[in-house]
Design a protein around this ligand. Structure first.
Ligand code: SF4
Length: 149
């Protein structure tokens, strides 16, 4: 199976974790659960702008959605990522992971499911996608693998 298959699986895992987080929060407050989803969408958009618009292979994006979204954003020059762009990228992951914890702690099964899905997605991405990815500017890229075609 190619990188796109695993790339899509990893983004689906993030969406599934977000849904579990939503359910865990909505048990206590539907409004805050909506806020969580809105925060994920906003921080994800910042991530795509900060990181993916500079990606040399965004037309062949292994996660599909990110690459498509960059077409709606201004063109940016390719090159190494600044500290600010790295921070903008991290924002999404930090928000997705940390925000639901306060509510999930009261639902151990949802908490376990949230982490199991999320860590599986990250592991699949790290093992199957990052190695040899064609985004030569990505700090997560492992050297030596074949460049993505
Ligand atoms: S391959 Fe990675 S960095 Fe490039 S557009 Fe897709 S998600 Fe973004």
């Amino acid at each position: 199976m190619n990188k796109t298959f695993y790339g899509v699986i990893s983004i689906l895992a993030q969406i599934a974790a977000m849904i579990v987080g939503f359910i865990g929060i909505a048990k206590y407050s539907f409004g805050i659960a909506i806020l969580f989803v809105a925060g994920c969408v906003i921080s994800f958009t910042i991530f795509v702008y900060a990181f993916c618009t500079k990606c040399p292979i965004r037309d062949q994006c292994v996660h599909i959605v990110h690459g498509l979204l960059t077409n709606l954003m201004p063109n940016r020059e390719q090159g190494a990522y600044s500290h600010c762009e790295r921070l903008g990228t991290m924002l999404y992951f930090i928000f997705l992971v940390t925000f639901p914890q306060y509510w999930l702690i009261n639902s151990p099964w949802l908490m376990a499911l949230f982490w199991a899905i999320l860590l599986s997605g990250f592991a699949i991405n790290g093992i199957k996608v990052c190695g040899g990815c064609g985004n030569v500017y990505c700090p997560m890229r492992r050297r030596g693998g074949p460049i993505l075609k």
